[in-house]
Ligand binder design. Structure first.
Ligand code: AMP
Ligand code: MG
Length: 523
């Protein structure tokens, strides 16, 4: 294997903290603090993403014996120069000040065989300057969740940070999972995540909030230089165009989440990637029954700020906070924000329309009242517990029926969690007839529509109960369910009949089980 090459752009081009002690502190006028991972007792590689390893040129290394030491934080490869990033954020609508990488440590920027750079970041590798009162560690259950979902989202085509590896540390980590005064010792783990950059909205907000305009400017120039070169050296117009681009990426990302039923769970501004990636998998979840008000996050159970149906509006709110942070670089011109907000709204509308159009096999046209067709479907799905993923997947076959259905096709009825009243079933059949008739106006054949629809309506999504089952097994040292999920979720649009059980409705036992229906932030 060629020796991996690491770059140090973040460290050499941005202002940093002269102190490298892993001691909690306020760090001003700096965007990073050097820190060494804290070694663990017995690092053991439990799983890795083969497609990502291949893409990074690390497959051979990962399959060899030595990777666990590096990915567990006990050794460094030549050229690695680890650091934690400094950033702030709005948490649940309130400015929280400095947050930073409290348990994430970037090992280095790896040069990939394609000539690009990705950051390798260990999550759970020990305390940093930003750990505040916490331990800098992560437990196995939350690490499995981040590892699996990163790779599942990528396979679904959703922009996301990736997960290269999952290492069990051999150390215990104490967590009070329900915040009810019953802390327990759990197995510790470390995920190695990758992204071109982990910069977040909060990275820009922190220097702005402190009046550190030079730091902010350096960070924005750095961002443009490496990831948005089309906007470099164009002054205020360039900044405005860049913010619009971030707005559009964020809008497209959120529309994608809505189309597949993904709920992030903690859309604080420190969890919003500047590249428009899904980032920071915590108490996320997948809706089973179509419920716009659902949130997996127990911390948000009252307010429901980050519930499924609120994500589009929250993305916009977060974007406006980013825009405000950039005002010092735009002569305080609020039109820059207004422009970006408009771009977000337009892009979100277009993208959601396109995605749901693909899911239904129709090109939306307002004169055909397609918006109403979709709204009526949402209302119907929400009226009785109905599985979103199963229902949309069933439409892929229903589109090839030779006549409009007169009864509920069995594959659609599979989506019902209970036995809905006949009037509800009849309303569903009436909707299906309207939809089926509408698809006949499309220029493509039904077979071609089916192909499009199957590429937009996944058969497999990483349902919460599936992951929880894999976690329970891993706690018993059985890694087969984890490995199976990883494999199956790499091909979410394929039928994979031998794994049909993983495409079923949420079983009744999972309805209220922790980890399946509700998750705390404890991780
Ligand atoms: P999150 O909710 O994961 O986005 O984290 C919010 C903030 O808390 C970030 O600054 C994290 O780095 C920090 N944090 C969360 N868990 C820990 C931990 N176990 N140790 C240190 N910092 C943490
Ligand atoms: Mg975070």
């Amino acid at each position: 294997m060629a020796t991996p090459v690491f770059h140090r752009r973040f460290l050499s081009e941005l202002p940093g903290d002269p102190d490298s002690a892993p001691v909690s502190r306020e760090v001003r006028n700096a965007l990073w603090s050097r820190v060494q991972p804290t070694p663990v007792a017995k690092p053991e590689l439990l799983a890795f993403s083969r497609p990502l390893a291949r893409q990074l040129g690390l497959e051979e290394w990962l399959a060899g014996g030595d990777a666990a030491r590096v990915l567990g934080g006990n050794a460094l490869l030549p050229g690695m120069d680890p650091y934690a990033a400094n950033y702030g954020g709005h948490q649940f609508g309130h400015w929280a000040g400095q947050l930073g990488d409290g348990r994430a440590i970037v090992l280095g920027e790896l040069e990939t065989p394609a000539g690009t750079c990705v950051e390798l970041q260990l999550k759970g590798a020990g305390p940093t300057a930003y750990s505040r009162t916490a331990d800098g560690r992560a437990v196995l259950r939350s690490s499995i969740r981040e590892f699996l979902c990163s790779e599942a989202m990528h396979a679904l085509g959703v922009p996301t940070t990736r997960a290269l590896s999952l290492v069990r540390t051999g150390d215990g980590v104490v967590r009070d999972m329900f915040y009810d005064g019953h802390p327990q010792r759990e197995p510790g783990a470390i995920v190695c995540r990758t992204a071109p950059t982990f910069l977040r909205f909060g990275s820009y907000q922190l220097p702005a909030s402190r009046g550190e305009t030079d730091v902010l400017r350096a960070l924005v120039e750095f961002t443009l230089r490496h990831w948005f070169p089309q906007f470099v050296d164009q002054g205020k117009d360039g900044l405005a165009a860049w913010l619009r681009e971030v707005a559009e990426r964020t809008a497209r990302l959120v529309a994608h989440w809505q189309a597949i039923g993904f709920v992030h769970g903690v859309l604080n501004t420190d969890n919003m990637s500047i590249l428009g990636l899904t980032i920071d998998y915590g108490p996320y979840g997948w809706i089973d029954d179509f419920d716009l008000d659902w949130t997996p996050n127990t911390t948000d159970a009252q307010q429901r700020r980050y519930a499924f149906g609120k994500q589009p509006a929250v993305g916009l709110w977060n974007l406006a906070r980013l825009g405000e942070a950039l005002l010092p670089l735009c002569d305080g011109d609020e039109r820059v924000i207004e422009d970006a907000v408009r771009a977000y709204q337009t892009t979100y509308g277009d993208e959601a329309t396109r995605r749901f159009g693909d899911k239904l096999g129709i090109r939306f046209a307002s004169e055909r009242r397609d918006d109403q067709l979709l709204q009526d479907l949402f209302d119907w799905l929400a009226a009785e517990e109905t599985d979103m993923t199963i229902f949309f997947r069933a439409l892929c076959d229903a589109v090839t029926l030779h006549a409009a259905p007169t009864t509920m096709p069995p594959a659609c009825a599979e989506a019902f969690y209970g036995s809905p009243p006949q009037s509800h079933v009849d309303a569903g059949v009436a909707w299906l007839r309207r939809w089926w008739q509408r698809t006949r106006d499309e220029p493509q054949t039904a077979t071609d529509l089916r192909t499009t629809m199957r590429a937009s309506n996944p058969h497999f999504v990483l349902r919460n109960w599936l992951t929880q089952r894999a976690i329970d097994a891993a706690h018993q040292d059985d890694l087969r369910p984890l490995e199976r999920l990883l494999q199956v979720m790499q091909r979410p649009f394929d039928d994979q009949p031998e794994h049909q059980e993983l495409a079923g409705r949420r079983p009744e036992w999972a309805r209220h089980k922790p980890g399946c229906s509700a998750l705390s932030c404890s991780s």
